[in-house]
Ligand binder design. Sequence first.
Ligand code: SAH
Ligand code: SF4
Ligand code: F3S
Length: 495
Amino acid sequence: MTYHLITFGCQMNYSDSERIDSVFENMNIKSAEKNKADILIFNLCSVRQRAVDKVWGMLKNIKTQKHRKHPSASLGTGKSTENTKIKKIIIILTGCILPADKDKLKDKVDLILDIKNLVSWPNIIRDYFFTNYKLRITNYEPFKSYFSITPKHSSPFTAYIPIMTGCDNFCSYCAVPYTRGKEYSRPAEEILKEVNKLCVQGYREIILLGQNVNSYQSFMSFPPPIVVEGRLQRESPGTSNCLFAGIPACAVMTKDDVVNFPILLKLIDSIPGNYWLSFLTSHPKDMSEELINCFKECKHLMPYLHLPLQSGSDKTLKAMNRKYTAEQYVKLIHKIRKRFVNNSYIAISTDIIVGFPGETKKDFEATAALMKKIKFDMAYLAEYSPRPGTAAAKLKDNVSSAEKIKRKNYLNEILKKTALENNQKLVGQTISILAESIKDNFAFGRTNMMKNVRIKLDTKSTESIKTQKILIGQFVKIKIIKAGPWGLEGEMVKK
Ligand code: SAH
Ligand code: SF4
Ligand code: F3S
């Protein structure tokens, strides 16, 4: 019995897929290529119409070959059972799916499973196979956080750790509050244990995930755990070791105290190890002073921030229900950048939507002007796509597709210039990068500002190639010798 998992969407969905992989592996169902698998799983993203259309197209194609011959199955038993011959491909749909998209796709799939019920998937799938009748149950067992499942990380050195899911912000264009539901924050202790384990295993990069990490909030019973020699331990209150992220816990903690996002960051940062720490995604309205200070206080925190702007027009921002003005955003960026002095630098990336309903040329020009002013290091530009059920879907999608593309290309040109300008300032610096891969005599990696780097390798001897391969997943010292808009070139610095 085999499965194949296809993931769409953001890092949050990719992170969920690592937990899906782990569940299937525990059921003794192995991963296989798409056209050989018995079970096909689509982990969907409803944020834009394009991904939904793509899945629709793929499902139509699969339907024609749905009754392939299959070998005997062994479902979770570890043994082959001759009489459980499966004769068709089972298609499972999960992820962030809007109700309207669910309706559209439901007849093309066998099961629609809620990712939040991942803990129950083995039972649901077994029942499906053995009773052979169609069920589409979402609440099979009482909810148990699927985050407690240990994921099968796809990288041995970079780990994405969800700290929360859902969103209560209801930006008018966005599907997320309707697909992932209300905000839920994982208990701090569970997160700390997971990060600590990865640090002990030698992970080099920890990226915390959530739709709006800034609104993370959980409670931790007193006294909080601390890390002693790489292990989480509890200390009695009042002892000198009773530290909460370096602060004497007794001074700041009361029974069942609140852990907000900056405190969580400080707690994680207190875990020893040689690693980088980062987080995605922040909402400008929730970037508190306390959080901004973390960039100076937390030694592992990468000088990188993804802060979605969406639009530079106050009128559009209001219609988007973003709850900040262009001026407030600019002030915030200044405040953050002011923390980085003496040649230190923070890279800032953003998300922008072009062609939101009612976006006039003037509104668009305000976005373009703001992009020029802020000089982003990276921007993810999207053409507005109406999502059924959201507030903006009631507004007329009155910017033509051709105009949206034109606007997007225009912003891309601005980004190209500012990113190049920013990258050129880094030329000549000697820095550490995280080496990620080697291909065709080049090593590829990333700086702690999330900038891609390419390094020409010394390939004179087979011995040097061997030693260079060992560098993957490690921090490597390089000198930046050249800059482009989308990345840097560097050379290895001899020790
Ligand atoms: N939670 C994050 C990301 C949400 S979705 C945040 O608050 O920023 C990721 C990005 O997709 C958004 O930032 C937005 O730029 C884009 N997006 C969301 N809905 C969209 C829509 N209906 N059309 C086009 N882009 C959209
Ligand atoms: Fe969507 Fe807004 Fe929530 Fe981000 S903050 S997930 S854009 S509703
Ligand atoms: Fe898409 Fe869900 Fe992420 S809707 S953008 S995969 S949170």
